[in-house]
Write a protein that binds this ligand. Structure first.
Ligand code: SAH
Length: 436
């Protein structure tokens, strides 16, 4: 470790800031936020250091900056001169300010740009209202101590309160409700906490298409119950200690039948666990979430749905296909290609009408039936169609065709990866990125 990190209490204390330009203004801002009194000057005189606890040099003349550094260090006052490590006795980190939470990142001066990149990554992981949550916990500090004098008991309570319902409310900016929930949780702090199930969309497979909320909940989960469609890349971001249970396969065959999954979710929640039910794409699009929500509701278990990027949107994006278009598509339909009793039971008359885009999920195996149904209902066989595999991921590829030719072309092209079929005039407007 090159530098010792510490956080200074500057409230009401004087800081000398040498320089009056843009760099000085940038340095002044966080000092002001920390409550410092700023003594700003253009040129240096030693008397300026009287009563000062910290000195910063920015855009002043070279001789003044050197004099400042020397004089401050002679008096034992910490000094930083911007971009001049040799003149510094302390360095300033990249800061994330979610008051009262502050994160500071430093590369010890080795690569400040890298520190800023790290800061951006951490920023993306932290809910914007994390400071509100910390302030809430601070307000309850005394009350918590009084009710739970035992440290371990306090930890257990805070572990739950800071990741449970009061936290969710605080993070959603609902401060008053969060206060009430926090107080209620504290009053009930010796009983077992009730479990909760989050039905979370994992998106099309790339980790960076997860929502920040999905990422946060995965990081707090006791158990992750997931389908085969959820990629290893996404699962890697779940809490290390979280138990992982694979319950479903992509496509038609399910390794655990739906009633078994419903019962599993209810049981885990009744054990007091935070359950993340993770599904590929969006949980409410061909994800059997309706059944699970009903089972949770009947069992009286708290649950919440977190949307994800559904395959139709991810595939359209990968292939550059507009799902809607002023002249070519005024309606988008999400349809299933999954058969019931061997029959593709879709309303082909409605789907064959012009000015719409159809996205068919699980539709590869039934492409001939889709073609026959649509053409039989009057669709022009020359209507553009495409298959997109692994949409939204680095491995995306697309096969442009027409509804007349697509079934034959798909054989020998499809790799078995998750694939979506798009049909409609707007599909021809696709400009696949050169990589796919
Ligand atoms: N809830 C999911 C859909 C589950 S049904 C969602 O919203 O995306 C499973 C079908 O989704 C697959 O058979 C395939 O048609 C489609 N699918 C899922 N991920 C896909 C991807 N990355 N690329 C193409 N199709 C995908």
């Amino acid at each position: 470790m090159r530098h010792f990190p510490a956080f200074l209490d500057l409230r009401g204390r004087t800081v000398l800031l040498l320089g009056t330009g843009e760099v000085a203004a940038r340095k002044a801002e966080p000092l002001r936020r920390a409550g410092a009194i700023i003594r700003q000057a253009e040129t240096f005189a030693p008397a300026m250091l009287d009563g000062v606890v910290l000195a910063v040099g920015a855009d002043a003349a070279e001789a003044d900056l050197q004099a400042l550094s020397e004089a401050a260090q002679a008096r034992g006052i910490p000094v930083n001169v911007v971009d001049r490590p040799a003149l510094c006795s302390f360095i300033t980190p990249a800061i994330i300010d979610r008051a009262p939470i502050t994160l500071a990142v430093s590369t010890g001066g080795a690569a400040p740009v890298l520190a800023r990149m790290i800061r951006q990554r951490i920023e993306a992981l932290l809910p914007p209202a994390i400071g509100t949550l910390a302030a809430l916990a601070e307000r309850f500090q005394a009350a918590i101590r009084t009710r739970l004098p035992d440290l371990a008991a306090r930890r257990r309570f805070l572990d739950q309160a800071l990741t449970g319902a009061p936290a969710d409310l605080a993070l959603a900016g609902r401060v008053e409700e969060a206060e009430a929930a926090f107080a209620a949780a504290l009053a009930a702090s010796d009983t077992t906490p009730p479990g909760i199930v989050y039905l979370v969309g994992a998106g099309p497979g790339s980790a960076d298409l997860l929502t920040l909320r999905a990422l946060r909940l995965m990081g707090e989960a006791d158990v992750i119950v997931h389908d085969r469609l959820v990629t290893a890349e996404v699962l890697d971001l779940a809490r290390r200690d979280a138990e992982r249970i694979l319950v479903g396969k992509a496509g038609a065959a399910h390794s655990l039948p739906q009633p078994g999954i419903n019962a599993l979710l209810v049981r885990l929640a009744r054990e007091g666990k935070r359950v993340v039910r993770l599904k590929g794409g969006d949980p409410l699009v061909f994800g059997r979430s309706g059944d699970e929500i009903l089972a949770l509701r009947e069992a009286g278990i708290a649950h919440e749905v977190v949307p994800g990027v559904t395959a139709a949107l991810a595939c359209a994006a990968s292939a550059g296909i507009p799902l809607t278009h002023r002249d070519a598509a005024r309606t988008v339909t999400f349809a299933t290609g999954h058969v019931r009793d061997g029959v593709l039971d879709l309303d082909f008359v409605a789907l064959a009408r012009p000015l719409q885009t159809i996205a068919v999920y699980m539709g590869l195996a039934t492409l001939p039936q889709l073609r026959d149904g649509l053409v039989g209902a009057g669709m022009d066989p020359a209507t553009p169609a495409a298959i997109i595999e692994n949409g939204g991921t680095g491995g995306a590829r697309s096969l442009p065709a027409t509804i007349g030719t697509i079934a034959a072309l798909a054989e020998g092209w499809a790799s078995g990866a998750p694939a979506l079929v798009l049909v409609g005039d707007a599909v021809a407007l696709g400009a696949p990125p050169s990589a796919s």
